[in-house]
Design a protein around this ligand. Structure first.
Ligand code: PEP
Ligand code: MG
Length: 902
């Protein structure tokens, strides 16, 4: 039965009526119980009340019309099937009432067992259980306890307390030492507690018990812990839960009964085998409560061979049927096996790949399906070094997991010290309040970066992700004092030279060394592990699935890289070109002085001299990158950030000048610098003199870069290589800006390339909303567009990308204004719409216009799917995310039915 064919007023489904595809309506548990019933597996009979009934109840505060009658009819049918009546004094039918939402929410919602027991039927139950009074009274006390707590909000501790009292009166700690009389006494005590808190007697009417329990399960959807869990797991708040009413079976009827859980493969590693735990003479909640120790499932073979064999054959059957790892709950009642639950089991990232590979080998799924079953987030997890034994350490602070991985090392506070210690072969963690472009060398030298300020798109975070380096940002419990070379956290002081460990996935910070192990998957991508010749199931599975993804994908994957080393690494990771080479870091370090000269130049000659000195340096930068990317396209972006970023900070300079003046030193140069810094000061530099605007107001700056690019390309080609440069103009908002830059650039290019055969494309970033909205005009002057979704998000939302994540995103996430930072995953409705408009209008104006994206979103799994849908040609992302983007680009094709969506 397909979900859309269901009758809107049918609120109750017998297990024989549903199937596994009806999770929306029957919840995960109900849908799978139905599936197993229809497979002929031994499932205790029962029925499911739909999520629609729950939604109606939550909306109106009462059961929808018709529900009570449908429950009655299904209950009668169940009674006929079982040959027993609910709560019958002589031979009672008992049921459990269990929640079961579409998505598993472990332990979040309610269950009531043994519904149908009362003062009379408890006697009947004892008789039916072979005069087992103890069992019957124990079941009754459990009902009052669970019902009281769940349905009537009686504080659970009161029941625990009464139980403890009886045990201590008897001088024992073990429930099993209580006999029938003790438990009868406990039932009396529980009833009194119930009366005290609710003002009424414990309900003796079985149907009333059932109705109240069903209502309580509905209401548990909105329990505070369930709301919190949903928010965290991004489960929609309006789904509601289904309620399963299931015939009780008992695992606590003696040594030939018991209960257990099983997995059809190891959910940790994916290895094939039998994994699970069994507890004889117990009910499910005893396993969870850890009252007694479970035994490995294999022990069941000795205890009850026939149930064990049956269970194994059911597990094989379920795997074949679901074509996936299943997890299972079962109960054995006096030698008879019952299946209480199954579902496709959760697994680790490594197991996801390994299992998908195995299932292909077994012929259960094809490679498209294998690709569908893994994802980029899992691959990313497998690419980072991990802490071993992290659980044995206590974090001292938690910041934002800004760039995943695990790193341990000696604390340093300056870039220079990081470089020094790294040169001695030491692992260092660079700790800063926040980083800036001057910290680049230190960041390269460090194993990890820890900052007390900034979010996921702070400088530290973006640069660290680009380098694949572990970073925790915004750990605001840490108070960093760079001049004193120490930080304080949780009342402790950590000085330069002390060791800390940071986890860039969880954001946790530890004092001391937590041992780290490298990623085999990275070793494979780096080419140092050959999947054909090693016995490593994970690496083989990753290799196989990645090869398939590459065969499937339509999107090309490029990288954002601005050094030869990054370019080379990205190429090994599968990058098919550079989508963004930021040129600004090439103006730092030793070249800072030249840049200062350029900025301070008063006369044309001075500026030209500074540019002439920069030209050969830039040419060498580009040559290195073109050589590494031989044959592949390289998009070089002309300089983008406000120039004052290359000058010393105003306050520091002002103090230096004042001190020097005081001492009577010659401060002419510093004064000129200070005047320039004052002149160039901007209140909103990200919206100020940057990008194309710089090129239009600083004569010769872009021309120098264009010449360096063209000359480098010619040099590489003359040496027998192939250079495919693409010049990209940043921050364009109007076609006239681009036309002006283009006219100048074309002349220089024509002059330099001559008949060398070098072809240079000129295109633009689309990162200002106005550019997206006038893309048709801009395309007239651009051979390609590359979406700068960082700035497009910043300007589309009006969110300062360096400030907002730390400042108020927590509140936006809490309020559900968005479920994830729009700087991390593309906001499809707003910023995404700008991308869509620009892609369509750009291509309409210039068919064949090449389209790519180079903002951080280019390596985000969900965003990659969006860019595939919109029909871009490529995504460009940091080297480390290249494999993730390749995988997701392949998945995007499989998930849209293999179609080319352009
Ligand atoms: C962008 O804005 O998306 C972009 C790639 O440029 P940057 O991050 O350097 O501003
Ligand atoms: Mg930008």
């Amino acid at each position: 039965m397909a979900a859309q064919e269901t009758d809107d007023h049918k609120y109750v489904y017998d297990f024989s009526e549903g199937n596994k595809d009806l999770k929306d309506l029957l919840g995960g548990k109900g849908a799978n119980l139905a599936e197993m019933t229809n497979l002929g597996l031994p499932v205790p009979p029962g029925f499911t009340i739909t999520t629609k009934a729950c939604q109606a109840y939550l909306a109106t505060g009462r059961e929808p019309d018709g529900l009570a009658g449908q429950i009655e009819a299904h209950l009668r049918a169940l009674e006929r099937e079982m040959g027993k009546r609910l709560g019958d004094p002589g031979d009672p039918l008992l049921v459990s009432v269990r929640s079961g939402a579409k998505f598993s929410m472990p332990g979040m919602m309610e269950t009531v067992l043994n519904v149908g027991l009362n003062d009379q039927s408890v006697v009947g139950l004892a008789a039916q259980a072979g005069q087992n009074d103890r069992f019957a009274w124990d079941s009754y006390r459990r009902l009052i306890q669970m019902f009281g707590k769940t349905v009537c909000e009686v504080p659970g501790e009161e029941f625990e307390h009464a139980l403890d009292e009886i045990k201590s009166a008897k001088g024992t700690h073990d429930d099993l030492d209580l006999d029938a009389d003790d438990l009868r006494g406990l039932v009396d005590a529980y009833k009194k507690i119930f009366l005290k808190h609710t003002g009424r007697e414990f309900p003796q009417q079985p149907r009333e018990q059932l109705d109240l329990a069903i209502r309580a399960v509905f209401e548990s959807w909105n329990a505070e812990r369930a709301i919190l869990y949903r928010r965290q797991e991004r489960i929609p708040a309006d789904l509601g839960t289904a309620v399963n009413v299931v015939t009780m079976v008992f695992g606590n009827l003696g040594p030939d009964s018991g209960t257990g859980v099983a997995f059809t493969r190891d959910p940790g590693s994916g290895a094939q085998g039998i994994y699970g735990d069994y507890l004889a003479n117990a009910q499910g909640e005893d396993v969870v409560a850890g009252i007694r120790n479970t035994v490995p499932l294999q022990e069941l073979e000795r205890l009850d061979k026939s149930s064990y064999d049956e269970l194994l054959s059911i597990m094989a059957r379920l795997e074949e049927h679901y074509r996936d790892l299943c997890d299972i709950e079962f109960t054995i009642e006096r030698g008879k096996l019952w299946m209480l639950q199954t579902r496709v089991g959760k697994r680790t990232a490594a197991a996801a790949f390994v299992i998908a590979g195995q299932l292909v080998d077994e012929g259960l799924i094809d490679l498209d399906e294998a690709l569908h079953r893994v994802n980029g987030a899992q691959l990313a997890q497998l690419m980072f070094p991990r802490f071993q034994l992290e659980h044995e350490f206590q974090p001292v602070a938690t910041g934002i997991g800004a760039s995943p991985g695990a790193a341990s090392g000696t604390v340093v506070f300056t870039s220079a010290r990081a470089v020094e210690l790294a040169a001695e072969g030491r692992s260092v963690i660079l700790v800063r309040r926040e980083t800036n472009p001057d910290d680049l060398n230190g960041m390269i030298a460090a194993k990890g970066i820890l900052t007390s300020r900034g979010g996921k798109t702070s400088h530290a975070a973006v640069v660290a992700r680009g380098m694949g380096k572990t970073c925790v940002s915004g750990a605001d419990e840490i108070d960093v004092n760079v001049p004193a070379k120490r930080f304080t956290v949780a009342g402790q002081t950590v000085a330069e030279g002390d060791v800390v460990s940071i986890d860039g996935t969880t954001g946790r910070v530890y004092l001391g060394e937590v041992p780290v192990m490298p990623s085999e998957v990275v070793q494979y991508f780096e080419g140092s592990l050959d999947p054909e010749h090693i016995d490593n199931a994970l690496v083989r599975a990753v290799h196989r699935i990645m090869t398939h993804a590459d065969g499937k994908r339509r999107l090309a994957v490029r990288t954002n890289a601005d050094t030869g080393a990054d370019a080379a690494r990205a190429r090994r990771f599968g990058a098919e070109g550079i989508g963004l080479c930021r040129t600004e870091h090439m103006f730092l370090g030793d070249r800072r002085e030249l840049v200062e000269r350029l900025i301070l130049a008063r006369a044309e000659g001075e500026r030209e001299a500074a540019l002439a000195a920069l030209l050969p340096l830039q040419r060498a930068d580009f040559e290195e990158i073109f050589r590494e990317m031989d044959g592949l396209p390289v998009t070089v972006r002309l300089i983008d950030p406000p120039l004052h970023e290359f000058l010393p900070p105003l306050e520091q300079l002002a103090v230096n000048v004042a001190v020097a003046q005081e001492r009577g030193e010659d401060v002419a140069k510093e004064e000129a610098l200070l005047a320039a810094v004052r002149r160039m000061h901007e209140e909103n530099p990200m919206l100020g003199l940057r990008g194309v605007r710089l090129g239009l107001v600083i004569p010769g700056l872009f021309a120098m870069q264009v010449r360096a690019i063209a000359e480098a390309a010619v040099a590489v080609v003359s040496a027998g290589g192939t250079a495919r440069p693409e010049i990209m103009v940043p921050l364009v908002g109007a076609v006239q800006e681009l036309e002006t830059v283009r006219a100048e650039a074309e002349k220089i290019i024509a002059d330099v390339v001559g008949d060398s055969g070098v072809e240079v494309l000129i295109g633009t970033m689309i990162e200002v909303p106005r550019a997206a909205l006038t893309a048709g005009q801009i395309a007239e002057a651009a051979e390609f567009f590359s979406f700068g979704t960082n700035d497009l998000t910043q300007m589309g939302w009006g969110f300062s990308r360096d400030d907002v994540e730390g400042a108020f995103f927590w509140r936006y996430l809490e309020l559900g204004i968005f479920g994830i930072s729009p700087f991390e995953s593309i906001d499809r409705d707003g910023v995404g719409r700008l991308v869509r408009i620009a892609a369509e209008e750009g291509r309409a104006a210039r068919p064949g216009l090449k389209l790519g994206v180079c903002g951080e979103h280019g390596g985000d799994p969900d965003s990659v799917h969006f860019f595939h849908e919109v029909g871009l040609d490529y995504v460009s992302c940091s080297p480390f995310r290249v494999p993730v983007a390749r995988l997701e680009a392949g998945r995007a094709v499989v998930e849209t039915g293999g179609s080319d969506s352009r």
